[in-house]
Design a protein around this ligand. Structure first.
Ligand code: GCU
Length: 137
């Protein structure tokens, strides 16, 4: 099953800027979330099949303070994901979670839940991990 992915710099950004001053990102840059509650990056993942997917967020957090983010799929099923410090802004790591996607376009929004904003966001990858569900919704 091919991985589906979108670079953060190509996603829909609310209260954040694309930057490229910390090496190690994929694509052309990363998103620096504004340091406020509610700053967000909304990714679009076009799933071949519905079903359980593992989402992998690639990020950096050069501070020692967690930057938790609330993740929704099409505005629902919020899950909070922890983005602890990675040691440096140039050290990129991943965090994963399981979500249910439907076949077609899914909007995956990652919204900062603290005044520190989100971590620097590089990209989101999705891989089908459960049985494919291609029934009509
Ligand atoms: C620094 C760093 C940014 C980061 C910011 C933050 O300014 O250079 O890449 O986004 O800290 O704390 O969010």
């Amino acid at each position: 099953v091919p991985a589906l992915e979108q670079e953060a710099e190509n996603a829909t950004i609310s209260q954040g800027v694309v930057e490229s001053n910390h090496a190690g990102f994929s694509g052309t840059g990363f998103v620096n979330y504004d340091n406020v509650i509610g700053s967000s990056v909304e990714y679009t993942i076009n799933a071949d099949s519905g079903g359980e997917h593992e989402l992998t967020f690639r990020y950096a957090n050069g501070t020692t303070v967690d930057r938790p983010v609330s993740v929704t799929v099409d505005g629902a099923n919020a899950q909070t994901v922890s983005f602890p410090g990675t040691g440096a802004w140039t050290t990129w790591q991943t965090r994963t979670l399981k979500v249910t996607l439907h076949a077609g376009s899914n909007k995956i929004k990652a919204t900062a839940t603290t005044a520190n904003g989100g971590p620097n966001a590089d990209k989101l990858t999705a891989v089908l991990t459960g049985p494919a569900d291609n029934e009509a919704p």
